[in-house]
Design a protein around this ligand. Structure first.
Ligand code: KG4
Ligand code: ZN
Length: 357
């Protein structure tokens, strides 16, 4: 089975060709970074227009790299949400048009499901597994029990973790996108223990997260330094922030592991996914935790942690081979929780979010 995947939910335009033998035949990603950098964040209308401008060319490139034509495809999968609606509409319409013209099945993929199932594309991980999904719009712990079967164990009550990285980067004058820049600054730190930051939710019952207090604490340090940071100040603060986030994530994961093992005595892997999973300090902290808990640890290669279309094609394959596809009147969904039974969270990362997934 060969599937074309399309991703347009945020600021990456992406197309990929993936087979059900877990082979990525092509995976092209066009970052719109330069379009949004002057604004310090993603501008929805600029993103939508850039997707419209580039998507057809990217699809053509992916097909050429895979050495196939439309006639070789078995299905077309596109991100159907959650995300910036203008971009999602561009991707969904393009996929529908190809599906209609070629009489192919169309699969609308939940972007979060794309991240959630990536470890099965890269490492053939078996169900069930415990997933820490850490991206620009989300921070969730989920028991992944099957395709379409996600049970949320915890979520953020305020900011998403990637959002916290991005805002901290802004406070430190590092620019956008924040995550990779904070990681680089932290690696240069000469005195990473210099700044004390609060560890929100550490040791609290449950598996929820909170990051807004951490961001406020970083701001306070910046103000105490008179608002003007030396390179050393910036690097040390970035290191303190990153270490704190890693510790909080590990603490919440440790709790979730206990619950996961109660429900699944046969065990399963600890999997991390989403853009923040590209962070090496966080990966290594989680790897240590998993080792202590005697759980296999799976983190996809960096390129498949951040937004891409291979994960969308793969999630499409997972659903399609279970006999699922979507009608051509599918309506794009700006919000689309993975576990609809979980209570909505009041706050940016919950009900009001949908900005980044
Ligand atoms: O999954 P993703 O590519 O986009 C969605 O949000 O769906 O995640 C993007 C987020 C951004 O907030 C970015 O700053 C963060 O992931 N990120 C990182 C790193 N690379 C990307 N955060 C920390 N360390 C990194 N190396
Ligand atoms: Zn994402």
């Amino acid at each position: 089975m060969i599937v074309l995947g399309i991703e347009t939910s945020c600021d990456e335009t992406a197309a990929a060709i993936v087979t059900d033998a877990r082979e990525i035949r092509a995976d092209v990603v066009l970052s719109q970074l330069d379009d949004h950098t002057p604004y310090g964040g993603v501008v929805p209308e600029i993103a939508a227009r850039a997707h419209l401008e580039h998507l057809d060319g990217l699809i053509r490139r992916a097909m050429a790299e895979a050495g196939i034509g439309f006639g070789d495809l078995d299905a077309v999968a596109a991100t159907g949400g959650p995300g910036l609606i203008g971009g999602v509409i561009v991707g969904v319409m393009t996929a529908k048009a190809i599906a209609a013209a070629r009489n192919l099945p169309f699969v609308a993929v939940n972007h979060l499901e794309g991240h959630a199932l990536t470890a099965r594309l890269t490492d053939d991980v078996a169900f069930p597994y415990l997933l820490l999904l850490v991206s620009g719009g989300h921070c969730q712990l989920l028991a992944v029990e099957g395709v379409g079967r996600y049970r949320r164990l915890g979520t953020t009550i305020d900011d998403a973790v990637g959002e916290a990285f991005d805002k901290t980067a802004k406070l430190l004058g590092l620019g956008y996108p924040g995550g990779p820049l904070v990681e680089k600054a932290a690696a240069r730190a000469t005195n990473p223990a210099r700044f004390e930051l609060p560890r929100p939710m550490l040791g609290r019952p449950g598996c929820d997260f909170s990051f807004s207090g951490l961001k406020t604490a970083v701001r306070r340090h910046v103000e105490e330094l008179g608002g003007v940071l030396t390179d050393a100040d910036r690097d040390d603060l970035a290191a303190a922030f990153q270490a704190t986030v890693a510790e909080v994530l590990a603490d919440r994961c440790a709790r979730a592991i206990r619950r996961f093992k109660e429900d699944h005595p046969q065990g399963g892997a600890l999997v991390v996914a989403g853009g923040v999973a590209a962070n090496k300090a966080i990966r290594s902290r989680l790897a240590t935790l998993a080792e202590k808990q005697r759980m296999p640890f799976v983190a996809p290669p960096l390129r498949l942690c951040t937004d891409n279309a291979a994960m969308i094609a793969w999630a499409g394959i997972e659903r399609f081979r279970l006999g699922e596809s979507d009608p051509l009147n599918f309506a794009p969904r700006p919000r689309w929780p993975l576990d609809p039974s979980a209570a909505p969270v009041i706050g940016r990362a919950g009900v009001g979010a949908g900005v980044k997934a």
